[in-house]
Design a protein around this ligand. Sequence first.
Ligand code: HEC
Length: 425
Amino acid sequence: MLSKMVQRNALALVLLWSVPSLLGQPTYSREVSRIIQSKCQICHRPNDIAPFPLMSYQDASTWAEDIQRAVAERRMPPWKPVPGYGEFRDSYGLTEEERQTILSWVHAGAPEGDPGDLPEPVVSSGEWQLGEPDLVVEMKEPYTPPRGKDTYRCFIVSNPSQETLYVNAFDVRPGDRQIVHHVILYIDEKGLAERLDQRDEGPGYNCFGGPGFELSFSSMLGGWAPGTIARRLPEGIGIQIPRGGRLIMQVHYYAAGRTSEDQTKVGLYLTKGPVERRLFYIPVVNTRFEIPAGNSNYEVRANFMVPPLLDAKVIQVFPHMHLLGKKIQLDYVDLRRNTRPGILIDDWDFNWQGFYTYKEAIAVPAFTDIRLRCVFDNSANNPRNPSNPVRNVGWGEGTEDEMCLAFLGVTFDRENLLPFSGSQR
Ligand code: HEC
């Protein structure tokens, strides 16, 4: 009896193992190469941010075990928004099916399959993802950050044009990808940064969290982080850089292993046709909180109620916390208390931040309540906790302070009514 059961189970096992191959065991040439092309190569290509390229069967089979580990543990690809909570363009997250395909491919010994099944290679678009920019601006002189994990440095770059510019897209080319961790671009309409620059020796000035001056709806151009894909805003939408305004380039350097010279540049793509709407950034933010030392699950809330007449469309969202952040969630609650999901990141990682652009703009009429929820781990068990011993932590610009913040890139339906829309078109 027992041996019969064993036999039957053995038979079932054999059948189970052979089913995938009967159905078509995934091969590199047929399935895996296509997934790697669309979800990994934006970073795993020569001279990009990932430590090795995944361009060929040779590459993929060499790294097969690491791929399995990284994919099984969901560390790779580092797409952070939880699927289904907001619909975003240009996602490089894996679908569950793609994930399983990669895992069973490695499990089966990473078979190559028939090279005749390979897809056409993706054509490299050269240095700039969107082609030659209309304008390129760069740090005036190279800067060498001190060796260490975190240097936040702001550089002033003037508007090279005598006119007001409307930016429809931008792309950032780090001078040295090994040390440039991310870049945020601010617009300094009034030249406030000059003083900060003068007070600090060397190129640029130290800054963390923000550019060191108070922000308004129109003081941000956008950001770049590893994996950010340059994309144009919808046609007719532009971010204004006023004549005489300056761009502030905040660069986060991570020169833990070695340091070197960097001269990061930014390509600007201007709106082609007439500018119908400007893009503004609304902060949803709570600056008054204190995360108790030792608390591993402390929640901070913020909200922004859309004021009368300021009916808007949300184009993109940029969630932001520092090192203690665990989870961040944004929701849109209308007057009837219907909730629409905005974004959810449940394994926050300071090193993978981004502007996430909605597939379809989200209409937020006046009185929509935009709610933000941040969860922090301020315990000694959090390996990222920068404070030892742990201490109470509140809002601030320092690495050891925290933020609970989301910037929403919006257009206003009645832009002409805005006091700050003063366009010099
Ligand atoms: C947005 C950029 C980006 C994308 C997309 C990406 N990677 Fe990575 N990958 C990196 C970087 C950067 C590292 C270096 C380690 C780090 O910083 O986390 C890395 C490291 C790795 C490692 C080795 C280290 C480890 O964590 O085990 C593997 C394996 C890997 N990636 C596989 C993949 C696969 C497979 C895909 C696609 C399914 C992918 N990556 C997509 C940027 C990316």
